[in-house]
Design a protein around this ligand. Structure first.
Ligand code: GLP
Length: 244
C-alpha cells in the first residue's frame, strides 16, 4: 500500500488530480472508475484545471460510475448522473457517450445487473478506480456486512447512510431508499485503486479499513488484499492511523 497524507484540501485535490493524469498520460485510452460525492468534487475541478494547463486529452477515456440511486431521474441535480456529467464534461475532450453509469430506472435494474459489468469487461476492465468511503466504511453502496461475491447488486441503503446523506437531500425522508452498485468483487477487479478520504468524520473508517480485520463488516477493508492500492488522505482523515 502506498499512503499519502496531505496537509490541505488544495494539496489533497492537486495530488489526486496528478495521480489520475499520470495514468492518462501513460494510457490515453484509460478506463476510469468514478465515485460521486463531496470528496471527489474538488478533485474533478482540479483535474479539469490541470488538464487544460497540461493539454491532456480525454477524448479516448471511458468512465464507469460505481453506483446510482434508484428512482431519481438523471436530470435531477442530486442524481449521480447529473453530478457526473456536470463534473466530467469540463475535462477537455471528454465525450458524453464515454461516461457510463448504472441506470437509475428501477424497471431497468435487473437488466443493468448483467449489462453494466459486461460493458466494463468489454472496455477492458477498469484501469484506475477512484474510491470515496462512507463513515461506516462503505464503498459505493456496499454497506457493512454485504457479502463480497457479487459483481453488481440492488441495495437498500442503511439508516446510517441515509442519515449521512440527509443534509444533501434536504431531509432523510427525501433520501432515496435504494440504489444499484458495483459489488466488491467487481470493484476489486480494478487494476489500480485510489482510495480518497478527507475530514475527521472519515478517520475511524480509514483506520478500520487499513489496520482493522479484513471483514465484510468494513467493506473497504477488502482493499487490504489489493496488490495496487494508493490511499490519499488529508491530516484529519489520517488522524487515527497508528503512524510514527
Ligand atoms: C456515498 C457514495 C460513494 C461515495 C461515498 C463517500 O454514499 N455511494 O460512492 O464515495 O459515499 O461520499 P462523500 O465523498 O460525499 O463523503
Amino acid at each position: 500500500m502506498n499512503l499519502i497524507v496531505t496537509s490541505s484540501v488544495e494539496e489533497f485535490n492537486s495530488r489526486a488530480a496528478q495521480f489520475v493524469l499520470r495514468e492518462l498520460f501513460k494510457n490515453p485510452r484509460l478506463v476510469l472508475g468514478i465515485a460521486t460525492g463531496n470528496t471527489t468534487i474538488g478533485i474533478h475541478r482540479e483535474l479539469a484545471r490541470q488538464s487544460i494547463t497540461l493539454a491532456a486529452d480525454w477524448s479516448q477515456v471511458q468512465s464507469f460510475n460505481l453506483d446510482e440511486f434508484l428512482g431519481p431521474s438523471p436530470a435531477d441535480p442530486k442524481s449521480c448522473h447529473w453530478r457526473t456529467y456536470d463534473q466530467l464534461l469540463p475535462l477537455p475532450g471528454f465525450r458524453r457517450e464515454n461516461i457510463h453509469l448504472p441506470s437509475s430506472d428501477p424497471a431497468m435494474a435487473e437488466q443493468t445487473l448483467w449489462e453494466y459489468p459486461a460493458a466494463i469487461r468489454e472496455a477492458g476492465g477498469i484501469d484506475l478506480q477512484l474510491l470515496g468511503i462512507g463513515t461506516n466504511g462503505h464503498i459505493g453502496m456496499n454497506e457493512p456486512s454485504t457479502p463480497w461475491e457479487s459483481d453488481m447488486f440492488i441495495v437498500q441503503l442503511s439508516s446510517h447512510t441515509i442519515a449521512d446523506k440527509a443534509e444533501f437531500w434536504g431531509g432523510s425522508a427525501n433520501v432515496p431508499q435504494g440504489g444499484i452498485t458495483m459489488g466488491m468483487r467487481l470493484v476489486m477487479q480494478g487494476k489500480k485503486q485510489l482510495l480518497l478520504a478527507k475530514g475527521a468524520d472519515k478517520a475511524q473508517a480509514i483506520r478500520d479499513t487499513l489496520f482493522g480485520k479484513i471483514s465484510p463488516k468494513v467493506p473497504a477493508s477488502a482493499l487490504q488484499m489489493h496488490p495496487d492500492l494508493t490511499v490519499l488522505l488529508d491530516c484529519e482523515a489520517a488522524s487515527l492511523l497508528p503512524l510514527d
